[in-house]
Design a protein around this ligand. Structure first.
Ligand code: BGC
Length: 902
């Protein structure tokens, strides 16, 4: 009895897992053929509220019970009311049956969308045999305010607490709040915080563009009196970072559009009828933290009926004259809580909490004590041997919060308008003895969804992957920052570009980077120059070429990963101007100017070589973008220019005698190999120099900085030497990722060296984490096909190396989940692959080096035997043997390969 019960449980669990994974498990009323599309997205977002794109793009994920399936046509319905959609009426857009295999980047083609309106949509598809699916479940999108003239409010300020009351004469049918601030805001209605956004709005070049958030507040309002409240903080708008602060006081801009049941509409806007006063936040700063005096709280201030007669009238401020754009990316949110793992008491009155993980965010403090007691929280990444916190590496950032008690029982507090990068919290001034529960960590960053996973049989690789994920996430603060703890936290473009691909494989980054690319455009001058940091606070204009390359590279990665042509269309002119600017600085086709080059390297490489490499790379990408956009004249011009740069690069940096580039560092040679710059007959020598340097001069260690490491690993794989790249990846002595981990790193360091003093040595930088892309692409074997971007065609090509016995990788692509999971035991290699419906793949499986005659099975069928492809397996259309690997062409579906041999 017990047995059959547990078998039943296992079967149920397997079935459930399979369902979750989206595999076809026929239910009682077995659905056969094309299943309704799922995961409907509009401008990369699920059911977005407040988009300001006039022709948004749709995407969906297809499912089918058969292998080798494609979409031959789709029908999208967009309706202005859900009832219409339920009756299959698309009054805004009915695409009709449209013959197309596009299931992503489908551009809205209906009636002009209206501001401040909601739309509902669904989609069905026809498979390659002409069978139609059912319609998907409905999804929705809300259009925000499309024109500046629709904003009726003004920028207001005067103090950091603002309120307004409004009486509504009938129940509310629909209400949307559009809100932004110079600085940060928290919007409150009838005593409650609205939405889960933190540190909102996103950081932008405020004089050029400010982003607004939209909230559906229908259920927060009621007939009768309603109170609107806003708390304001300074954020980046009031922080003098790398120059004077752009503004001297925070400002709010708000508009609420309400539709009432009686058919009337009411608008609430920020203007001088709002009342303001100073609230409990005494001071706030991104770097320095918050001082909060709970004695100054005004209970009920954000509820109707509060007596605000002592408050002043809001001041009208100039605010920003920039464009108001919808914030179309995941907001910063409090995404997780962290329970301290230890509490110590290194000195009288000093308590130190260890959260067990370095991260970005804040803590919740729980305290009971006399009125006016000041509790100070100071944040640090490091400890001294004494157990006291070491804050030398956070430089001038005060990074502390001070809470002053009301004294009326149990109190709890977390800051609103700051964040810290930390693992340790020092608490002083605590009344009584704090317990482990007195402090709870909160992880705060841009709330991108995790879409990828990577697990290998080698625990160290999994640990490195985990630490990289933490470093990536904790540096997503509406822009990709370099670090999260010291008085910096800037959008350094070099860091951004090296990590971008890895981040895209791990997380749903499309909307985030689409926004960041616009941020880059916003700093571009008419002469084409862009800046080292975006928004531009630190560093130079023009950017170091290894930093400026973030503009073309991130656009290109977005195109490759998502098939996003629009990102190329929208940025082409800017990118061309940028390349033309580089060209103007390279009269002899060599771009030499450089500030940082292969930053934080063990062995330095001449900056000119790094800059010139990127000049070539950017020009090459521009020529490819021109080709994608059908601009054949530009494609030819820039292909030609790239060729000239390549020749000049070799002339300037290649030494035919030694077979080395520049000074022969690993970076110098790896760069040339990665883009295949070396003359054909010299490639082998350059490669030999590189591997000799790694193996013999440095005992299998890297000497690169963060630019070099981005290309060293894939260059070794291109050379067929993934074994050596793997040896570097699992190295544990200095310098290596393993060395960081062995020394307690829970996020990546800025330097390979273990430094804890006052010099530049953040313990949470993501830039060395570019190796994660290599984990997915080389070890996992999941690669986009540059000719068929957006995973329309996928290259599955895992590298089975050394003592690794298994790797399992998944990437949540725009078209659905791609999996590649292999095992290796003597005499057998297995590989499980998932290819989404409407995609095809080339699956390349290595044979065990020992094997001679091999046989390949897929499931229980033989697909390769006695040197020949065996036809007849559903979904598998061709097979061949090349360069030690068996290579199959497949359509969509789940495959289980097994290669055995003698
Ligand atoms: C940052 C780096 C950045 C660099 C530019 C540093 O202060 O933390 O990550 O790219 O400056 O050289």
């Amino acid at each position: 009895m017990r047995n059959s019960n547990s078998i039943f449980k296992i079967v149920t669990v397997v079935a459930l897992l399979a369902l979750i994974a989206g595999w076809a498990v026929p239910s009682a009323r077995a659905a056969e053929g094309p299943l309704p599309p799922v995961n409907l997205r509009c401008e990369y977002l699920q059911n977005p509220v407040g988009i300001d794109v006039r022709q948004p793009r749709f995407a969906w994920v297809l499912r089918h019970t058969e292998r080798g399936q494609m979409q031959s046509a789709y029908q999208v319905l967009v309706a202005s009311r859900p009832e219409l959609l339920a009756r299959d009426k698309g009054d805004a857009w009915d695409s009709g049956k449209t013959a197309s295999d596009d299931s992503t980047q489908v551009v809205y083609g209906g009636k002009p969308l209206e501001s401040d309106h909601s739309y509902w949509w669904k989609v069905r598809y026809w498979d390659k045999d002409g069978n139609a699916s059912e319609y998907s479940r409905p999804a929705s999108f809300d259009v925000g305010l499309l024109a500046r003239s629709e904003w009726k409010g003004q920028w207001i300020g005067g103090a950091n607490l603002l309120r307004q009351e409004v009486t509504l004469n009938s129940p509310v049918v629909r209400a949307r709040a559009y809100v932004t601030a110079l600085g940060y805001y928290e919007l409150r209605i009838n005593g409650e915080k609205i939405g889960g956004n933190e540190l909102d709005p996103a950081w932008t070049t405020y004089p050029v563009r400010v982003l607004y958030s939209a909230y559906d507040i229908t259920t927060h309002l009621r007939a009768g009196k309603n109170a609107f409240g806003a708390m304001l903080g300074g954020g980046w708008a009031l922080l003098g970072a790398g120059g004077p602060a752009p503004y001297n006081q925070p400002a709010l801009l708000l508009q609420v559009n309400i539709e009432l049941a009686d058919g009337k509409t009411v608008q609430v806007v920020s203007d001088n009828s709002w009342k303001v006063t100073a609230g409990p936040i005494v001071s706030d700063s991104v770097w320095d933290g918050e001082v909060y005096d709970a004695r100054r709280e005004l209970p009920g201030w954000d509820s109707p009926g509060f007596d605000d007669s002592a408050w002043s009238a809001a001041q009208i401020l100039e605010g920003s004259k920039g464009t108001l754009s919808a914030q179309m990316m995941p907001p910063i949110q409090d995404v997780d809580s962290m329970v301290p793992v230890a509490l110590t008491h290194p000195q009288p009155g000093v308590y130190v909490y260890d959260l067990g993980q370095n991260f970005s965010g804040w803590v919740d403090l729980h305290v009971t004590g006399p009125r006016g007691t000041q509790v100070q929280l100071r944040f640090a990444e490091l400890l001294y041997d004494t157990g006291m916190i070491n804050r030398e590496n956070i430089r001038g950032a005060k990074s502390r919060d001070i809470y002053i008690l009301r004294g009326d029982g149990e109190e709890s507090y977390h800051p609103r308008f700051t964040y810290h990068g930390f693992r340790y919290v020092e608490v002083t001034g605590y009344p009584g003895t704090p317990s482990l529960d007195s402090v709870r960590g909160h992880v705060v960053h841009t709330a991108v969804k995790t879409t990828g996973s990577f697990v290998a049989s080698k625990p160290l690789l999994n640990q490195i992957h985990k630490v990289i994920r933490w470093s990536d996430l904790t540096n997503l603060m509406s822009v990709p920052t370099d670090c999260d703890q010291r008085n910096e936290r800037q959008g350094w473009m070099g860091d951004a570009q090296t990590s971008a691909e890895g981040m895209m494989l791990n997380f749903d980054m499309a909307a985030f980077y689409t926004n960041f690319v616009r941020d880059i455009r916003d700093v571009q001058d008419p002469d084409g120059t862009i800046t080292d940091t975006v928004p531009h606070r630190y560093g130079s204009r023009p950017a170091d070429p290894a930093w400026g390359t973030a503009f073309p590279l991130i656009c290109w990665y977005l195109y490759q990963q998502n098939g996003d042509r629009r990102i190329l269309e929208e940025n082409y002119d800017g990118l061309k101007k940028y390349v033309e600017f580089l060209h103007s600085r390279a009269p002899d086709n060599v771009l030499r100017y450089s500030y940082y080059g292969d930053w934080v390297a063990i062995e330095e490489t001449p900056g000119a070589e790094v800059s010139d490499f990127y000049y070539y790379y950017d020009t090459l990408l521009l020529s490819q973008m021109a080709a994608v956009l059908g601009n054949s004249a530009d494609a030819a011009t820039y292909t030609q220019l790239a060729r000239q740069i390549k020749d000049a690069f070799n002339h300037e940096f290649f030494d035919a005698k030694t077979g080395n580039y520049a000074n022969g560092t690993q970076t110098a040679n790896a760069l040339s190999l990665f883009l295949d710059l070396a003359p054909k007959d010299a490639r082998g020598r350059v490669a030999g120099n590189l591997t000799n340097d790694i193996l013999y001069a440095h005992d299998t260690h890297v000497t690169t900085g963060f630019i070099g490491i981005r290309y060293l690993m894939p260059a070794l794989t291109q050379l067929g030497d993934s074994h050596l790249a793997y040896d570097l990846a699992v190295q544990t002595t200095f310098p290596s990722w393993g060395y960081m981990l062995a020394n307690g790193a829970t996020t990546l360091w800025e330097l390979w060296q273990n430094k804890t003093g006052p010099s530049m040595n953040s313990h949470d930088h993501h830039m060395m984490g570019s190796v994660d892309a290599w984990f997915y692409e080389a070890l996992g074997g999941i690669n986009v096909d540059p000719e068929h971007p957006g995973y329309r065609h996928i290259r599955i090509e895992p590298q089975v190396v050394r003592d690794l016995t298994s790797v399992s990788a998944t990437v949540g692509t725009v078209r659905g989940q791609v999996t590649s999971a292999w095992t290796h035991e003597p005499g057998a290699i297995t590989l499980q692959v998932d290819v989404p419906v409407n995609s095809t793949a080339t699956v390349s499986i290595p044979k065990d080096e020992e094997m001679t005659a091999i046989t390949v099975h897929e499931g229980d069928r033989t697909v390769w035997d006695k040197g020949h492809f065996v036809d007849g397996t559903p979904g598998v259309t061709a097979g061949k043997f090349a360069a030690g690997r068996v290579v199959f062409e497949v359509g969509s579906g789940h495959y289980a390969w097994r290669v055995t041999g003698e």
